[in-house]
Design a protein around this ligand. Structure first.
Ligand SMILES: [Zn+2]
Length: 259
């Protein structure tokens, strides 16, 4: 797309109120052809891609930008009126956009920060925050990197952790996990056993239990072997032999039993 075309499209957006839809483009296009013709000329390029190239907002992006300004002023108002800001207080005022829109598009705590509003502390104690971190990482099932955690949108948020004057590394250690000191190829997992929070480095992707839980599980299977009938045992053996990728161990087990 040449500079002249980009300039023209930017002008059309300005005349349309700051963003563009296909309809708005067609209505206000001036000496440019309709979108259909232009699209064909530009080898079938998508409308959103054109907007991106021209640095022009879509209707949705424009809405999110406008609502941010409204939301900031709403947050300030609620804080002024009640002396604190919570989602419940905010929504009790029937404000637009509502708190779930804010959380989804800007992050509730991030926008409160941008509004210079101190949130009523959601965690009373460090212990509570650490407990939630421990559970959240257990639910996640693996140890994320510091940067990854930021993008995961799980609780506690980075700003909650920071509000307790803890670094992410400190918080993770207190929760009983060992964050990575350097880049790793294979991410550590958290044991899948209900009450186990042990962190382990899996030997392959399929491992979900820590060593000690897996050993216990194996023992439970062994204990139940005597209750299994001969046909089922033969079937299980067959499957083990056919799915094992370790030649040596299979040959060792059946050493002397093969004619
Ligand atoms: Zn375990």
């Amino acid at each position: 797309m040449d500079l002249e075309l980009i300039k023209k499209i930017q002008n059309i957006a300005n005349n349309s109120g700051g963003y563009l839809t296909i309809d708005l483009f067609n209505e206000n296009r001036g000496d440019l052809p309709t979108w259909k013709t232009l699209k064909a000329k530009l080898r079938g390029i998508g409308f959103e891609e054109v907007l991106k190239n021209c640095d022009v907002l879509t209707q949705e992006e424009f809405g999110i930008k406008e609502n941010r300004i409204k939301a900031i002023s709403n947050m300030k108002l609620v804080n002024l009126e009640f002396g604190e800001l919570t989602k419940t207080l905010y929504d009790s005022q029937k404000l637009v956009p509502n708190s779930s829109y804010i959380t989804k598009n800007y992050g509730w705590e991030d926008l409160a920060k941008a509004s210079n509003v101190r949130l009523a502390n959601t965690y009373l104690t460090e212990e509570e925050l650490i407990k939630q971190l421990k559970e959240s990482i257990k639910d996640l099932g693996y140890i994320p990197t510091n940067d990854e955690y930021r993008g995961l949108n799980i609780k506690p948020t980075r700003s909650s952790i920071e509000s307790m004057s803890l670094s992410w590394t400190q918080a993770m250690r207190k929760a009983g996990y060992k964050p990575y000191g350097q880049a790793v190829k294979i991410k550590d997992k958290i044991c899948a056993e209900h009450n186990c929070y042990r962190q382990f480095t899996p030997h392959d992707e399929s491992e979900i239990y820590c060593d000690s839980c897996y050993k216990a599980l194996r023992q439970r299977i062994i204990n139940q072997l005597k209750n299994i009938d001969k046909n089922s045992l033969e079937n299980i053996c067959q499957r083990l032999i056919l799915t094992s990728s370790n030649q040596k161990s299979i040959l060792n087990i059946f050493n002397g039993r093969i004619n």
